[in-house]
Design a protein around this ligand. Structure first.
Ligand code: HEM
Ligand SMILES: *[C@@H]1O[C@H](CO)[C@@H](O)[C@H](O)[C@H]1NC(C)=O
Ligand SMILES: *[C@@H]1O[C@H](CO)[C@@H](O)[C@H](O)[C@H]1NC(C)=O
Length: 329
């Protein structure tokens, strides 16, 4: 071997090392707090369980909050930041219906963590939200999983950053896929994560077009089960009170199960973005699999929510650990 290729070998292994240290610095780990705050999981869990006992809304509210956090500026708790002039991420129309109980869950869990002197101001709000999300899924009967940790909190929250980052209930499969793909999530991930609509509520205006003036016929969306459509009309009268919210899974509204996919097979997906998963030929096989095999859904959901929890995370010395989750330090 002459000196030139050896030089190349040394150079390329140096480059590989450089690349791997760069990516590993941006990686989350399961045992991140094992020396910093060994009880963090129990502290969060007990606060979340107590809140869940007070109101079931805790579960869907916290789960949706984590999703909306991760899709905008990454999972950095930017969604939790308050703004004095209503120009923060949470003030965007796509976030305005996030239920207060989700924010309150993080406040309660953060207080529980900080009540331990060793842990005080050592655990990020972004990690607390990810742990609380795992706990509400478990408390609702959903699958258990380990949460990767080590996220740092962001310092920026603007209305503008939400624009075109969150999916809308009228989306078709291509629009859903492109938004999830943008975040490194596959179609299977997107379908599994949509299964989160097995718990929680929607306000009537988010789907009223489908039951009253579905274009071009001005009647009922033909992909909607007609029986279910009439039920929806009763719960959501035409001149609807905007405060009314209904269960998204009418069958088992407070259980995190695969009923959502069985509903889709019956034409009982509340949003166009739900129902399209069962009508589009490219996604319906996955819907059928998740409807017939609960453990297939659960393992796909765990994969997908773990991937979602990695979106755009800040690690190492990026960002900060907020003292108050609603304010930059
Ligand atoms: C696939 C595209 C998605 C669309 C178009 C969508 C849209 C919506 C809409 C319009 C609502 C009703 C909000 C209201 O009226 O208050 C809602 C609620 C909800 N979404 Fe989604 N969502 C999607 C994906 C997800 C994902 C990925 C998750 C979590 C992993 C999620 C979790 C929830 C939960 C738990 C609720 C109930 C919130 C509550 O009861 O407070 N959604 N979603
Ligand atoms: C919730 O978590 C507990 C403790 O990890 C576990 O024993 C229980 O089986 C879980 N519940 C479900 C529905 O997975
Ligand atoms: C259901 O899915 C699980 C997990 O993917 C798989 O191991 C199992 O074989 C499937 N069961 C059936 C009946 O297909």
């Amino acid at each position: 071997m002459n000196a030139f290729p050896r030089f190349l070998v040394v150079l390329s292994s140096f480059l590989l090392l450089l690349i791997s240290t760069r990516t590993s610095s941006a990686q989350l780990t399961r045992g991140f707090y094992s020396n910093i705050c060994p009880n963090v999981e129990q502290l969060v869990r007990s606060a979340v369980a107590q809140k869940f006992q007070q109101t079931f809304v805790t579960a869907p509210a916290t789960l949706r909050l984590h999703f909306h956090d991760c899709f905008v500026r990454g999972c950095d708790a930017s969604i939790l930041l308050a703004s004095p002039n209503n120009k923060a991420e949470k003030d965007h129309p796509d976030d305005i219906s996030l239920a207060g109980d989700g924010f309150d869950t993080v406040v309660k869990a953060k207080a529980a963590v900080d009540s331990n002197p060793q842990c005080k101001n050592k655990v990020s709000c972004a990690d607390i939200l990810a742990l609380a999300t795992r706990d509400v899924i478990n408390l609702s009967g959903g699958p258990s999983y380990e949460v990767e940790l080590g996220r740092r909190d962001g310092t920026i929250s603007t209305i503008a950053s939400v624009q075109r980052r969150l999916p809308h209930p009228e989306f078709d499969l291509d629009q859903l896929n492109s938004m999830f793909n943008f975040n490194g999530l596959s179609q299977t991930d997107m379908i599994a994560l949509s299964g989160a609509h097995t718990i929680g509520f929607s306000h009537c205006n988010r789907f009223s077009k489908r039951i009253y003036n579905f274009s071009p016929t001005n009647k009922i969306d033909p992909t909607l089960n007609s029986q279910y459509a009439l039920q929806l009309r009763q719960s959501c009268p035409l001149r609807v009170d905007p405060r009314i919210a209904i269960n998204m899974d009418p069958t088992t509204p407070q259980t995190f199960d695969n009923q959502y996919f069985k509903n889709l097979q019956q034409g009982m997906g509340l949003f166009t973005s739900d129902q399209v998963l069962a009508t589009d030929a490219r996604s319906k096989n996955t819907v059928n699999l998740f409807a017939s095999n609960k453990s297939a859904f659960e393992s796909a959901f765990i994969d997908a929510i773990t991937k979602m929890g990695r979106i755009g995370v800040k690690t190492g010395n990026q960002g900060q650990i907020r003292v108050d989750c609603s304010r930059v330090n």
